[in-house]
Design a protein around this ligand. Structure first.
Ligand code: FMN
Length: 291
């Protein structure tokens, strides 16, 4: 009832662990048994320490973070994921140019089912959202040489223009959205809360923006869309899927609801589908696009 597939990848349900949350170690990823897929932390060529603390702030209606893409580098990370026991593993990578993306994709390919190119981190110099739009197609082409399906993760900024380039390069799916560039000031000391000053905003508050982005992508392109941003319950998942998402990712929801969120949502989804007379979750994909 909850099975979906993207390219040749079959998932037992449409719920994926979003990149950056509980996904630096094999054991934390293996604990999330009820997710249809796990996305790794974004990994680069070299180890990065990330920014100094504070890197995380609960802004009340959402979360601000500027971790600075901390990761052990590709060589150490593939040792970590070697032999991992999860149903579907998506390898998230970030690079400075098409050569780096090609190199990382080839290195991680033997360990994963698909690649997710992070082209949307809002607070890392030269990477993520700063990756030039007119070079996205070449980077995707390089990653595709790994022979794995390639998903491209984009933010809300210049979304359609960047998605067009990803599609031109041969992307197999678009993932949207990443966190949104934002900041908070500590008025008692008159300075930004985060050490990096600017961070990315996630959680419940960004859900309507994510849903709008998915709807626009699904209206403009004929490829699977994976929706991310602010999901904490089954109704949120249904909303994203009716807007055109084939699958969804959950990150900050774990901060609000704990690791059991995947089990909880999976059960709620089944109940909702039964109650509303749907045999398969696939039947709700894009329903709101038709009205
Ligand atoms: C602490 C933290 C770290 C993150 N790290 C990454 C990352 O390494 N790569 C990436 O593509 N997205 C990263 N993200 C973004 C999430 O994958 C997701 O796109 C975003 O948080 C919106 O979804 P959410 O509201 O469910 O968290 C991170 C988010 C958070 C909160």
């Amino acid at each position: 009832m909850l099975e979906i597939s993207i390219k040749n990848i079959k998932m037992k349900n449409p719920l994926m662990l979003a990149s950056g949350i509980l996904d630096l170690t094999k054991s934390s990823m293996e604990r999330i048994k009820d997710a249809g897929a796990i996305v790794t932390k974004s990994i680069g060529i070299h180890a990065r320490k990330g920014y100094e603390n504070p890197t995380f702030f609960d802004a009340g209606v959402g979360i601000l973070n500027a971790m600075g893409l901390p990761n052990p580098g590709i060589d150490e990370y593939i040792k970590e994921i070697d032999g991992i026991k999860v149903d579907v593993l998506i390898g998230s990578i970030f690079g400075e140019d098409d050569k780096e993306f090609g190199y990382l994709a080839k290195k991680i390919a033997p360990y994963i089912n698909a690649i997710e190119m992070n082209m949307s981190c809002p607070h890392a110099k030269k990477f993520g959202m700063e990756y030039p739009t007119n070079e996205i197609d070449n980077a995707v082409k390089e990653a595709k040489k790994s022979k794995k399906p390639v998903f491209v993760k984009l933010g809300m900024e210049n979304l359609i223009e960047r998605a067009e380039k990803a599609v031109d390069g041969g992307a197999d799916a678009i993932v949207a959205i990443n966190t949104i560039k934002a900041m908070a000031i500590d008025i008692d000391v008159a300075m930004p809360v985060l050490s990096n000053k600017i961070g990315g905003y996630s959680g419940k508050a960004i859900k309507p923006i994510g849903v709008r982005c998915v709807y626009e992508l699904a209206s403009n392109f004929d490829l699977p869309i994976i929706g991310v941003g602010g999901i904490t319950n089954a109704r949120d998942v249904i909303e994203y899927m009716m807007a055109g998402a084939t699958a969804v990712q959950i990150g900050t929801g774990i901060y609000y609801e704990g690791e059991g969120i995947f089990t909880k949502i999976k059960d709620e989804l089944k109940k909702w589908l039964n109650k509303n007379g749907y045999d398969s979750i696939k039947d709700i994909i894009g329903l709101a696009l038709k009205k």
